[in-house]
Design a protein around this ligand. Structure first.
Ligand code: FMN
Length: 178
């Protein structure tokens, strides 16, 4: 691995195995991936997707139901979601970008599990989200707390909510990855 030169980035984003069945709002499960693809094109980056071991159904993702899987997971402090064992090998990447939707103000618990499982030592790390309007402050704090718990030696660049092209352009300019 050459530490002096930019190599590539990884995007970690979530796709739902049932996305075609979800009717409303229709953009669910595409938004974050679409933004990741725009950024990947700009940075000549690779994209990896994260998958839950037990994929979410539309009923699991019903935020109006306090008993839905997602309601329970997201509201439990320190909650983790079992992840598929197809995590990407990031050993040859200096720079890692984690992309996620915002769920109840924070990243999905699957992201927390991924941070636990990936060896992020020595990486430049940043993250972005798409959201319905929430800002990035709580997500940033959530990710940084998980990084601290894992004692990772990472260089963090501030993440952002990227809901439009202008926000993407502005944020990409803040990245100073090697
Ligand atoms: C369970 C759930 C919780 C959500 N919570 C929030 C929230 O707290 N704040 C917000 O602005 N948007 C929230 N949203 C909206 C998503 O963040 C937004 O639609 C995002 O762009 C979805 O990305 P995706 O299409 O990649 O899944 C929530 C969506 C879901 C499904």
């Amino acid at each position: 691995m050459n530490n002096k030169h930019f190599t590539a980035y990884y995007f970690l984003t979530i796709l739902n195995s049932e996305r075609k069945l979800i009717l409303c709002p229709k953009h669910w499960y595409y938004t974050t991936k679409n933004v990741a693809q725009v950024i990947a094109n700009k940075l000549d980056a690779d994209i990896a997707e994260l998958h839950a071991k037990h994929p979410y159904t539309s009923a699991d993702l019903d935020w109006h139901d306090p008993q839905s899987r997602i309601s329970i997971e997201q509201h439990q402090h320190n909650s983790r979601v079992e992840i598929n064992d197809d995590l990407p090998d990031i050993s040859n990447y200096n720079n890692v970008i984690i992309g996620h939707p915002i769920w109840w103000g924070i990243p999905p618990c699957l992201i927390t599990t991924a941070i636990d499982k990936l060896d992020l030592n020595g990486k430049n790390l940043t993250s972005f989200a798409t959201s319905g309007g929430s800002g990035y402050k709580r997500s940033q704090a959530n990710i940084e707390r998980t990084l601290r718990k894992n004692n990772y030696n990472v260089t963090i660049t501030q993440g952002a909510v990227l809901n439009n092209q202008h926000q993407i352009e502005t944020w990409v300019k803040t990245l100073n990855f090697r």
